[in-house]
Design a protein around this ligand. Sequence first.
Ligand code: ZN
Length: 57
Amino acid sequence: MPGVPDAFRCDTCEQDVSREAATRRGTFGDLDPEKWQSFCCPDCGRRLRTVFVALED
Ligand SMILES: [Zn+2]
């Protein structure tokens, strides 16, 4: 299923970060922020994954 996973894994904190808890940031470069967002760990700020969000409800 495309879209945003329910959770991300932060290897730095060794914890799972839920989709709701993750900090969303715009991406770098030329990616459209309406379509791509970076999900970051709320504790350490590590970027966990860049996700294609245009299909998100
Ligand atoms: Zn972390």
